[in-house]
Ligand binder design. Sequence first.
Ligand code: GRF
Length: 215
Amino acid sequence: MRVAVLISGRGSNLRSLLEAAAEPAFPAEIVTVIANRPGAGGLDHAATFSVPHQTIDHKAYADRAAFEAALTAALEAAAVELICLAGFMRVLSAGFVRRWQGRIVNIHPSLLPLFPGLDTHARALAAGVKLHGCSVHFVSEGVDEGAIIGQAAVPVFADDDPDRLAARVLQAEHRLYPHCLRLLAESRVRLAGGRAVVEAGGADGPALFNPDPGA
Ligand code: GRF
């Protein structure tokens, strides 16, 4: 499966996808990396892995439609089959999302549908949740609303601040996103009735508790 990764910043999730895809047996190939911000740190990761990369600066276009037309042209030129958003900070228009429906996914740093939008870690701390995490989901017209493909949970501790919690969630993101990309590339994810149905062995293991019942 030919994959594009779209980024705006440091690209640590991009790096985890590049590392996974570098394995010869991995079922997806990252064929292009596109940043909408010049100098996005993640472009260096693409260079390290010798993956074609470019900047399509949204500020260089008159409006969203012109920016998205340039994006579409680049994606088509690379014969992309799936788009992975990884810290891509532009909201995409309904028309763009419809065109790629079922073929565009995102990673979000919360257990959706809790905490869509920004500042998820501070909001999780303010809410006092004891479990937090990340979600990989299909992109739909509503922001952070599409069908959930996979989630990973981490505990929230009393002495956490947003940065500590973000770092713990990010570690989970770096495992979850490559795993979900593999499932997508192996055609083990399908959309049914607005939900993502995943054909994957779910081990019925112990629950993730916080507080730890053994402590
Ligand atoms: C991640 O927390 C991701 O969930 C969110 O933006 C952040 C991007 O981080 N969408 P990075 O650029 O992948 O390091």
